[in-house]
Design a protein around this ligand. Structure first.
Ligand code: PEP
Ligand code: MG
Length: 325
């Protein structure tokens, strides 16, 4: 099996009926970078910048951050890298950072919320990213955005850092794209606004599903109770893909479900064309999509999601997969 997956490395990720699917990797440290070549992925769709902060004994300085980002871009060898700004707080507490105990850390002071409340921290990271990216296309996305306004504030912070660097004559990135992680359900009701302001969207389905079903992603007793292949989950995910398409806004899905072949198949069936996943998932997902007829699948999915059938679509989707190789 492993051998079979390895042999797919150089084969383009195109479905049987000619739809190209982008397969990228989730990463967080320099040691993850050789996985691009090992798996044949087309880039890093999610670089979790908090990893550097978590393995460090003190707050990494702007120049230490810049050094890491620069090395990441060099090791990516021209492949696109999407950096996610710090997703700390909640359960990802940094030992050197003061934070109050919280009753519900997942719903607490975390990610972009800290970034906006403590602009020094986010500004230092944005500056490091901008400086590291001269001569590169810089892609930044913000985690746990709950309102359009939060994204606009983050965006204006980037603008201020760019103006600062320009004023002091620092070389600039070739281009800067700013994206939003869709992982808080409130964004489901601001999809047109957010898709019109963002350069790209990235669905954090781990968090989105945990919040949608009110089920702690790390608590086995509840995390498996709700199937991502059920109508409510798939309709929510489809609404995001639809809004992205309406606005010509590229969308990637970077949660764990994108790395499971049957789930990835269903996501392709509702309009997703780009995924970011762990290295070990690239082979199995590619093997699935090489056999896939998207038009047929899309019809089946639209019938399934339109019917009043309750419960999981998993058996029906598994049957579709079995019947089509
Ligand atoms: C997600 O929430 O789906 C995601 C990709 O981010 P993380 O797992 O780091 O929260
Ligand atoms: Mg998340």
């Amino acid at each position: 099996r492993q051998e079979q997956y390895r042999s797919l490395r150089g084969i383009p990720a195109i479905t049987r009926d000619g739809t190209a699917i982008t397969l990228q990797l989730n990463a967080g440290l320099l040691v993850d970078m050789p996985n691009i070549v090992d798996t044949g992925a087309s880039g890093i769709g999610l670089f979790r910048t908090e990893l550097q902060f978590m393995v460090s004994e003190r707050m990494p300085s702007t120049s230490e951050q810049q050094t890491l980002y620069q090395q990441v871009l060099i090791e990516a060898g021209g492949a696109p890298v999407t950096f996610r700004t710090l997703d700390i707080g909640g359960d990802k507490i940094l030992p050197y950072m003061q934070a109050a105990e919280e009753e519900n850390p997942a719903l607490g002071w975390r990610a972009i919320r800290i970034g906006l409340d403590r602009p020094g921290l986010l500004r230092s990271q944005l500056r490091a990213l901008l400086k590291a990216s001269s001569g590169y296309h810089l892609r930044i996305m913000f985690p746990m955005v709950a309102t359009v306004e939060e994204f606009l504030r983050a965006k204006s912070m980037v603008g201020r850092e760019q103006a600062y660097l320009r004023k002091y004559g620092h070389p600039e990135p070739e281009s800067v794209s700013l994206g939003v992680m869709v992982e808080v359900p409130s964004l489901l009701f601001q999809l047109d606004e957010i898709a019109s302001h963002a350069d790209f969207l990235s669905v954090g389905s781990n968090d989105l599903l945990q919040f949608l079903f009110a089920a702690d992603r790390d608590n086995k007793q509840v995390s498996d109770r709700f199937d991502p292949l059920s109508a409510p989950a798939l309709r929510a995910l489809r609404a995001i893909a639809d809004a992205a398409a309406r606005h010509g806004c590229p969308v990637t899905l970077c949660g764990e479900i994108g790395g499971r072949p049957l789930e990835a198949m269903a996501l392709i069936g509702i309009g997703y064309r780009a995924f970011s996943m762990t290295p070990a998932s690239i082979g199995p997902v590619k093997a699935m999509l090489l056999e896939l007829n998207v038009t047929e699948l899309a019809n089946t999915m639209s019938t399934l999601l339109g019917s009043s059938e309750k419960g999981s679509l998993r058996p029906a989707l598994a049957a579709f997969a079995a019947a089509h190789g």
